[in-house]
Design a protein around this ligand. Structure first.
Ligand SMILES: [Zn+2]
Length: 218
């Protein structure tokens, strides 16, 4: 731990909520201001071969078959799992340019720390279903999660999820492993809370003023 450093670590406010720090702790959320660490500092364990066996015979479609890909990773010793502490979820809106109606689509991300509560430097894209589950856990004050890391040729896949079951074979169900391949290549640099917290940026302040002076007065 601690090999990875970046300038964000020098910020004088909390990376989780944007509030002020005092004596190395956040005055609002209480989290300790620990160094942002890379995903390589997680305690990665190899996914056991039994999980590959449990996936059973693969259907014909070998290439472009997510389960085949995962099985290959396990057999080659290239699939790992680690414990994480969920911090937050967020969604990002984007326009689908090939859509005439200009409908918006969303990408869903989870944000997490090591079990020792050091914030990780990447946020992982996830499915809408996992996004909802993690959000629900966080609302209930639960933070325990898992993350998968798979290597295939030059690509790295990461997928953070909330396990339903403690048994590793049951935990890594077919649907989850399909999502792992589907979403696993998308990670983003950790999104830090704006200084002062959400709702405290210049944009928000201008918006609030306009709101108060117009719609708020109706
Ligand atoms: Zn905070």
């Amino acid at each position: 731990m601690g090999i990875f450093t970046n300038r964000d670590n020098k910020k004088r406010y909390c990376v989780f909520c944007g509030k002020e720090l005092a004596d190395g702790k956040c005055t609002a959320c209480g989290r300790e201001a620990k160094e942002v660490v890379s995903l390589s500092s997680l305690n990665w364990q190899k996914v056991p071969m039994e999980v590959a066996d449990a996936l059973g015979e693969q259907k014909k479609q070998l290439f472009g078959n997510p389960l085949y890909t995962v099985k290959e990773m396990i057999i080659n010793g290239d699939l790992f799992i680690a414990d994480i502490h969920f911090d937050a979820v967020y969604e990002e809106e984007f326009d689908r340019s090939d859509d005439d109606e200009g409908k918006s689509e969303y990408s869903y991300y989870v944000q997490f720390s090591t079990p020792e509560l050091a914030p990780c430097d990447r946020d992982c894209e996830t499915s809408a279903g996992q996004y909802d589950r993690v959000e629900e856990l966080l609302k209930n004050g639960q933070h325990e999660g898992k993350i998968l890391w798979g290597r295939k040729k030059k690509s790295n896949y990461y997928y953070a999820f909330a396990p339903k079951n403690g048994d590793i074979t049951a935990m890594l169900g077919k649907r989850l492993l399909e999502n792992f391949i589907c979403y696993g290549e998308s990670t983003e640099k950790r999104k830090l809370a704006p200084k002062g917290g959400v709702g405290n940026t210049t944009y928000d302040k201008v918006f609030d003023t306009i709101w108060d002076n117009t719609i708020g007065k109706l």
